[in-house]
Design a protein around this ligand. Structure first.
Ligand SMILES: [Zn+2]
Ligand SMILES: [Zn+2]
Length: 331
């Protein structure tokens, strides 16, 4: 049973925006947004955000976008060791014995460059879009933000299924971890190593990143520094209120610490699902299969995917590959 109130539909109507305006500090830009259909301009906040040195931000005023490039590594550095399930397709794995995991040294964490373009005019969508595995947003410290799940079936919540053996944890103290091959470090909840640095007592959290729909994302401090829980948020983990970067109010997400989901299960904003040109999100598929994106792409080859060959190369059944890969657009 999803304990969160299904407020998602509320933020989608002008009447509801007016209702919220009565509850929260005047979100004038939102009301204007609802009336005009235009987005909220985030470019000034994006320009001023606390990006770490491994992140390059390029604003494009003509396109109303910004380009985010980084090495994909968390600025705080990796943990000493990570526990990786030998067979991540066996779900759930929190009850599995120690021998069903291997240990990956923090030294094996690899750069996995991010180069993504995100709107600076986010617009609330008529209906939310479910987030998938793989990158759903980018953090100010250079790393990726994922949703809370390890599998496409949404059975395994990374933070609930955290396993620790001999000081090696599945998810580290920053609420992040790499894929099993050391690539694609990502957060599944409040990136504590960022929020501990930038958040201040008694105030709303500061922006820790941006989701792919362009709306900003924060840790779990609300107005006056009170703790935001799922009960305060809509079905996508967001709400409209003032934040330090947007004193007039904006729709924004909160990663939460009270209970699952700790990350974001749906985009409230319009998000270009076709942004990848119909190409499957290989990073997401690779996470499902427990292999690296590079391995997957190499095994599938150019052109139409050769499932037989890929199955042989990866040691994964054809059926499992077909299930993990979404059907081509139009099917
Ligand atoms: Zn993960
Ligand atoms: Zn908030």
């Amino acid at each position: 049973m999803d304990k969160r109130k299904l407020l998602g539909t509320l933020v989608l109507s002008t009447a509801a925006a007016a209702m919220l305006a009565a509850t929260f500090p005047p979100p004038t830009s939102l009301v204007a947004q609802s009336a005009s259909g235009a987005g909220t301009d985030t470019s000034a906040a994006i320009a001023d955000a606390n990006w770490s040195d491994n992140v390059t931000i390029t604003l494009n005023a003509e396109e109303d976008t910004f380009r985010y490039q980084s090495d994909g590594l968390p600025a705080s550095g990796p943990a000493d060791a990570y526990l990786v399930p030998e067979d991540p397709s066996t779900m759930p794995f929190n009850d599995d014995p120690p021998e069903s995991f291997f240990t990956l040294s923090g030294d094996e964490i690899q750069e996995t460059p991010i180069d993504t373009t995100i709107t600076t005019e986010p617009v609330l969508a008529a209906t939310p879009t479910a987030t998938d595995l793989g990158q759903i947003g980018v953090a100010i410290d250079g790393a990726r933000i994922f949703n809370d799940y390890e599998d496409r079936e949404r059975q395994v919540v990374a933070l609930n299924d955290n396993v620790i053996h001999d000081h090696a944890a599945f998810v580290d103290e920053c609420n992040g971890h790499p894929l099993g091959d050391g690539t694609t470090y990502h957060y599944h909840g409040v990136p504590l190593c960022i929020s501990d640095e930038i958040d201040q007592e008694g105030t709303h959290s500061f922006m820790i990143g941006v989701l792919q729909d362009g709306f900003p994302v924060y840790a779990d401090q609300g107005l006056d520094g009170s703790t935001v829980t799922n009960a305060d948020l809509d079905e996508c983990g967001g709400h409209i209120e003032a934040t330090p970067e947007f004193p007039d109010g904006i729709y924004h997400y909160h990663l939460t610490a009270d209970e699952a989901p700790y990350s974001i299960d749906c985009y409230a904003g319009e998000v270009e699902v076709a942004a990848r040109g119909g190409r499957p999100d290989f990073g997401a598929v690779a996470e499902t299969l427990g292999i690296s994106e590079a391995e997957l792409v190499e095994a599938l080859g150019d052109g139409p995917p050769d499932f037989e060959a890929a199955s042989e190369a990866l040691g994964i059944s054809v059926e499992e590959l077909r299930q993990a890969l979404p059907p081509p657009p139009g099917q």
